[in-house]
Design a protein around this ligand. Structure first.
Ligand SMILES: Nc1ncnc2c1ncn2[C@@H]1O[C@H](COP(=O)(O)OP(=O)(O)O)[C@@H](O)[C@H]1O
Ligand SMILES: [Mg+2]
Length: 318
């Protein structure tokens, strides 16, 4: 047994569209150790949510392996997947959209327990729902409230309570605080960290915002147009950002505590289309250091030391 709870290998998702194949996720590889957090960052549309959905098999991959405790869950049949899904859960950005507005908070949190038929005894189930509410920091008096009566932070706590209902091992957190006010973001992030410690949870934390993942992540993977362009331990990524795209992202992070200081790099050019991408580095058209080779040859992720992986032909040369 490896200590990895999750590993994806050569993960691909191509969506057929009228204009051709959209390469939403294009040969993504990473592994996450038990009890740790991997941050997955990149601009909107780069494929982060698709990676999350593929891992839970909410969307079926085009190709690749998804190893959960060293076992490829893509090979599981419906029944086996139904069982495994208890252990793999997701928290979405917009709890309002992911909650049923006609269900009370109590009913929403009870739902996964009912679907999986965990409790025969009604009293036990009720106790479990109240326990989950307490765990997520929701006052008991809110049990009979409806989603529209709660603020964004509390709604997200309901989403978290639901995700925890079946005692999962692994959570995909897909922009869990992006819709919240800044003051509430920190509270929800703290809750996620506490829960991780108490329950030994493992997270894939998706965000378009590097400053959000900075404190919670052990490792960070930076995605650009369906591919990982840089992956490193969190502190190394902030200290030695090595892909021109990561450097540009970091230069835009508006927090003073950042270790890396550059003038703001403005990304020029448009994000190219993910439909039928041409060979070469996908960042070439926007890269300050682009050379001829970059337009023809796709750079592989290379280890530049200490497991710090960078996909750039000229890493270290600029
Ligand atoms: N069901 C779908 N059908 C077609 N294209 C999709 C579908 N879901 C996502 N995409 C496309 O895949 C790409 C990645 O989307 P997504 O994973 O949502 O990115 P992110 O979460 O990083 O913003 C985008 O170009 C998006 O338009
Ligand atoms: Mg998304």
């Amino acid at each position: 047994m490896s200590e990895n709870i999750l590993e994806v290998r050569h993960l691909k998702k191509y969506f057929p569209t009228k204009r051709g194949l959209l390469h939403a996720v294009d040969d993504v590889n990473f592994s996450i150790k038990k009890g740790t957090t991997m941050g997955l960052v990149g601009e909107s549309g780069c494929g982060k949510s698709t990676v999350g959905r593929l891992i839970l098999r909410l969307t079926e991959a085009t190709d690749g392996e998804i190893l959960f405790y060293d076992d490829d869950i893509r090979k599981y049949d419906r029944e086996k997947m139904r069982h495994t899904r208890r252990r793999l859960q997701i928290v979405f950005q917009d709890p309002y959209a992911s909650l049923d507005g006609r269900k009370s908070i109590f009913e929403s949190i009870a739902e996964p327990l009912q679907v999986q038929k965990i409790y025969q005894n009604k009293k036990e189930m009720e106790e479990k729902v109240y326990e989950l509410m307490a765990t997520a920091g929701l006052a008991r008096r809110l049990a009979n409230s409806y989603p529209h009566e709660l603020d964004g932070g509390r709604r997200q706590r309901v989403g978290i309570a639901r995700a925890l209902a079946l005692n999962p091992d692994f959570l995909v957190l897909d922009e869990p605080v992006s819709a919240l006010d800044v003051s509430i973001q920190a509270q929800v992030l703290n809750l996620m960290e506490q829960l991780q410690e108490q329950m030994g949870l493992t997270y894939l934390f998706i965000s378009h915002d590097l400053s959000v993942v900075k404190h919670i992540s052990d490792e960070i993977a930076v995605m650009y147009l369906g591919q990982i362009v840089e992956k490193a331990e969190c502190k190394d990524l902030f200290k030695y950002p090595s892909h021109p795209y990561t450097q540009a992202l970091l230069s835009a992070v508006p927090i003073p505590s950042i270790d890396y200081h550059v003038d703001r790099i403005v990304l020029e050019g448009d994000v190219p289309s993910p439909i039928n991408p041409s060979p070469g580095c996908r960042f070439a058209g926007r890269c300050r250091f682009c050379k001829e080779k970059c337009r023809h040859e796709t750079p592989e992720l290379k280890d530049i030391g200490n497991g710090h992986m960078v996909a750039c032909h000229f890493v270290g040369e600029f």
